[in-house]
Structure formats: structure tokens, C-alpha cells
Write a protein that binds this ligand. Structure first.
Ligand SMILES: Cc1ncc(COP(=O)(O)O)c(C=O)c1O
Length: 350
């Protein structure tokens, strides 16, 4: 507590990101990064940005990048908004649509940034319990009572809900925004981006951090009806009018163009994930069905997840653990390369 801080800042509990420990022998399976580098075309695009482009401000509206994304998804330019990572997209969207004095509904176990933004903006959170199998039951959201946000697939459980379920929710929930956070969608999960012109209150966010291997670049996207996108533009231009730098715009465009490369690394990740699920189950772990590049695994019997987390960390294998009710017997493990997953299994066996 500092006497110069405002009351809001003093009472915040900021988000704590996963540890970014570096070193060639570290097996980093704690922040759902892609274990493979971006496409060579992306690196080439970054290298080809020249000094004059860096001397100038970037295109504040990121038109070329947004048009590339619009073409890729069969949408128009005014359906697409880009920002400095999808965390920024979420922060702007919460401000644009959820600060209306109505409680914001999201799953009780979900992306832990949502309650942080609620705290920052003074939004009342209304956390909806999961089912006993950790799935999200969309019937539990109360339509039109306030905004709704959930990740699909959910984090940290990795379980998804169906497009049909989202359509049914949208048929009832028409007066407030539904934000579907599809951070993991380009790893083969269900996406409702194709529905944004059918529902004026549907906003879908994506990131380049996971499937596109660009977590270090900070690039996120929102897709929505032009009126929703206009709302985001208003917030952006009242906050930071150049959020996406020239390198990120160039990298983003190139990554969308090299579909073949990304499809191939995605298939490898999915194969590695299936093997990891088998290996963990053989060792007595309960693993929830995953539609993402990570798995959520309950430690066997009377084992302590906190202890296993610590032992793995001591051996240089980083996974994610939360000392919270309903989560404290579980580990969230990102899918790395086959070699990295073998090292994880070897340390678990030891
Ligand atoms: C569900 C979910 N949404 C959003 C993000 C933020 O991604 P970024 O800010 O890297 O785009 C993450 C990152 O882990 C996530 O898990």
C-alpha cells in the first residue's frame, strides 16, 4: 500500500503470469506456448521491415493485417479488430461492454484474468459453477442478466462446448454481449467466428500466441458485428491508438499465409498430446478430455499436486499449479515436443 496510489489500485490483486525461467535445459510446459517456432515466412517478414518503417508510427488501424484475417475467415474488414495480445483485447472488451452495472457471468473455473479485470473496472463477477465432471453447462448462464464470457476450450480444464450449445445460448441471450475467448481455437477446437454476422452481440477473441507460435510478439484479434468492433475502436482510440507495432503487423500477416506449416505443427502437437494423455493415465493421473495444446491432470490417489509441482520445478520441468479449492489436486501441463514430454514422464517416474 502506497499513499500515492488510488483506492482502486491499492485493493487490486493483479494477475500472476506463469514463470518465464530460461535456460537450455528448462522444459517449459507452464504457459501453453507453442513448442515449435513460427513459420520461416514469419521470420522473413520480420527481417524485411526496414528502418524507415520503424522510424514511422505503424498503421494505427492495422488495415493490411485485419484484411488478411477477414479474408481468411470469410468476413469483412469491419468485422475485425486487432490488439496487443488477446489479453489487451479482453481488457478493452470488458471496458466497452461489461461496465454497465450488471454482474458479468463466467465459469467459476476459468481464465484467471477475468476476475482481475472485474476488479480493475469495478465489475461484479457472477461465477457459474462447473458440473462435477468439470464441464461448462451453458444452460446455467442466465440470459440477458448481464454480459457472459468464457474461454472455449476452457482454461485450465481444456474442455470445450459445442457450436450448437453456443447457438442455443445466443438464441436466448440477445441483449448483452457474449464474449467467447477462443485463445486455443486454431489448435483444432470448435470456433464460432463464422457466426459473428448472425448475432450482433457475439464477440470472439483469438490470439497469435498459441497456434501461431507468436507469444513473444503480442498479437490478438477480435471478430464481431461491425457495431461491436466500432465499440472496441472507440476504447482503443481513447487509450492507445497504435497498439500493434509494425513488426507484429508484418509477422501476423505472414503467419496467416503459411497455413501448410501451421497445420503440420498443429498435427504434431495433437499427436504428442494423445501420447501424453496415455502416458499420464498409465501413471494413475485422471486427465480431462482436451481440445487444446495443454492437458489438465489430477494427481493419483493421495499424492500432493503441490509437492509434484515443486519436484518437477526443481528438476527444471515447469508446469502450472494453483493452490485454490477445486484446483489444488490438479496440474495444467502444456504440450511440448515429444522429447520434452518424455523428460516430464521421466521426472514423474523418478
Ligand atoms: C483463455 C485465455 N485467454 C487469453 C489468453 C491471453 O493470450 P495472449 O494475451 O497471449 O493473446 C490466454 C493465455 O494464456 C488464455 O489462456
Amino acid at each position: 500500500m502506497n499513499s500515492l496510489w488510488t483506492d482502486t489500485i491499492s485493493r487490486l490483486t493483479p494477475y500472476v503470469p506463469g514463470e518465464q525461467r530460461t535456460g537450455s535445459d528448462i522444459v517449459k510446459l507452464n504457459t501453453n506456448e507453442n513448442p515449435y517456432p513460427p513459420s520461416p515466412m514469419v521470420l522473413e517478414a520480420i527481417r524485411s521491415v526496414d528502418g524507415h518503417q520503424l522510424r514511422r508510427y505503424p498503421d494505427p488501424e492495422s488495415v493490411a493485417l485485419r484484411q488478411t484475417l477477414a479474408d481468411y475467415h470469410g468476413l469483412s474488414l469491419d468485422n475485425v479488430f486487432v490488439g496487443n495480445g488477446s489479453d489487451e483485447i479482453l481488457a478493452l472488451a470488458f471496458l466497452a461492454y461489461f461496465t454497465n452495472n450488471k454482474a458479468l457471468q463466467f465459469p467459476q473455473i476459468s481464465y484467471s484474468f477475468y476476475p482481475v479485470y472485474c476488479d480493475l473496472y469495478g465489475i461484479t463477477p457472477n461465477m457459474i459453477p462447473l458440473e462435477s465432471d468439470y464441464s461448462v453447462n451453458l444452460d446455467k448462464f442466465e440470459p440477458n442478466a448481464g454480459g457472459i464470457v468464457f474461454p472455449n476450450p476452457n482454461a485450465p480444464t481444456a474442455m470445450d462446448v459445442s457450436e450448437e450449445g453456443i447457438r442455443q445460448l445466443l438464441a436466448k441471450h440477445t441483449e448483452q454481449v457474449l464474449l467467447v475467448d477462443e485463445a486455443y481455437a486454431d489448435l483444432g477446437a470448435t470456433s464460432v467466428v463464422g457466426l459473428v454476422n448472425d448475432y450482433r452481440n457475439l464477440l470472439v477473441s483469438h490470439t497469435f500466441s498459441k497456434g501461431r507460435s507468436l507469444a513473444g510478439m503480442r498479437l490478438g484479434v477480435a471478430f464481431g458485428h461491425p457495431e461491436l468492433i466500432d465499440g472496441l475502436q472507440r476504447v482503443k482510440n481513447s487509450f492507445n491508438s497504435y497498439p500493434v507495432d509494425a513488426l507484429a503487423q508484418a509477422a501476423g500477416i505472414a503467419s496467416i499465409k503459411d497455413e501448410e506449416y501451421y497445420r503440420s505443427i498443429m498435427n504434431t502437437i495433437l499427436e504428442t498430446r494423445e501420447q501424453a494423455v496415455r502416458d499420464l493415465r498409465e501413471r494413475g493421473y485422471e486427465v480431462l478430455p482436451s481440445s487444446a495444446n495443454f492437458v489438465f491432470a489430477k494427481v493419483p490417489g493421495n499424492e500432493s499436486a503441490a509437492r509434484i509441482f515443486e519436484k518437477l520445478s526443481d528438476a527444471g520441468v515447469l508446469v502450472r499449479y494453483w493452490s485454490k479449492p477445486l484446483l489444488d489436486q490438479w496440474l495444467r501441463i502444456s504440450i511440448g515436443t515429444p522429447d520434452e514430454m518424455q523428460k516430464l514422464m521421466a521426472v514423474l517416474d523418478a
